[in-house]
Design a protein around this ligand. Structure first.
Ligand code: A3P
Length: 300
């Protein structure tokens, strides 16, 4: 990633604005023409999520499944954010996501995005690329994003926890409302066989089973022993201590404020929501999600 550190550090936090009906910041729209016209390939594998659903976890898992054996040097020398370009990333003084993706020589290319389904570049549908969507329950997503927003200037001002939770419920977030994002991708999955929809909570509780299902979706055949080795490598503590997976080398993040690999748990929301806030959130959630068959677990 080519970057001018001093210049990057002087950047100010972006404002939210309406972009084709979705709240975004210029950090993800500056390169829109290239994103919209991005040329996908049939063997591209996309990891799509609402922010903080476990994107890095699944990215790292896929990288190991595809390249762990053939290119072991990747694991020790290339940070995960360079192995898996962030499609719409367009932060001043960094290489854009499309530039990174265009020059990738791997097959498949692993590409991550947080775009809501309606903003996905059409080429991915035309090429019938495989897409893995990872969902995480709203409360833990909100908590994780709150801490993340504080530790990187790439995200807009976040405010205190009380106003932040209200904004989350009101959908005043980058990439729009969590509720629409997870539900719209879920709807799309019902008619599109190349989407594999998985859940952060399942990946925590049944890591081995989830790896099996991913392999079957991707048509990968690994031995039980290989899968077990990979399962061990993607455990939270392993990744947290792995410089190539934990983002500690990314200069846009301030680890003095929070770690990127923060807690890696289901249910940390209980340490943040007050009883009253939780009740209000649940009531609002029922209304917003009443037409969706999507079910999330907030504890395991
Ligand atoms: P927390 O902030 O709750 O700890 P993303 O990669 O989409 O930004 O998601 C980041 C969240 O995924 C963080 O959640 C991070 O700790 C968690 N995460 C990353 N790797 C993980 C792993 N191996 N096991 C469990 N959680 C993981």
């Amino acid at each position: 990633m080519s970057v001018v550190p001093e210049k990057a550090k002087s950047l100010t936090r972006p404002e939210l604005f309406d972009f084709h009906g979705v709240l975004m910041t210029h950090n993800f729209t500056n390169n829109w023409e290239k994103v919209e016209n991005f040329q996908a390939r049939p063997d591209d594998v996309v990891i799509a999520t609402y922010p903080k659903a476990g994107t890095t976890w699944v990215s790292y898992l896929l990288d190991l499944l595809y390249f762990g054996k053939t290119s072991p040097e990747r694991q020790t020398s290339i940070p995960i954010y360079e192995r898996v370009p962030f499609l719409e990333f367009a932060v001043a003084s960094f290489e854009t996501g499309t530039e990174q993706a265009d020059k990738m020589s791997t097959s498949p290319r692993l590409i991550k995005t947080h775009l809501p389904v309606q903003l996905m570049p059409k080429s991915f549908w035309e090429q019938n690329s495989r897409i893995i969507y990872v969902g995480r329950n709203a409360k833990d997503s909100a908590v994780s994003l709150f801490h993340f927003n504080h530790m990187t200037y790439i995200q807009p001002e976040t405010g205190d926890w009380i106003s932040y939770v209200q904004n989350f419920m009101d959908g005043k977030m980058v990439y729009g409302p969590w509720y629409d994002h997870v539900s719209d991708w879920w709807e799309k999955k019902q008619t599109h066989s190349k989407i594999h929809y998985m859940f952060y909570e399942d990946l925590i509780e049944y890591t081995g089973r989830e790896i099996d299902e991913l392999c079957s979706f991707l048509g990968l055949s690994h031995s039980a022993e290989e899968k077990e080795q990979i399962r061990a490598k993607v455990q939270f503590d392993q990744m947290k201590n792995n410089k190539m997976a934990n983002y500690s080398t990314h200069i846009a993040m301030d680890f003095k404020v929070s770690a990127f690999m923060r807690k890696g748990k289901v249910g940390d929301w209980k340490n943040h929501f007050t009883v009253a806030q939780n009740e209000q959130f649940d009531e609002d959630y029922k209304k917003k999600m009443k037409n969706s068959s999507l079910q999330f677990r907030t504890e395991i």
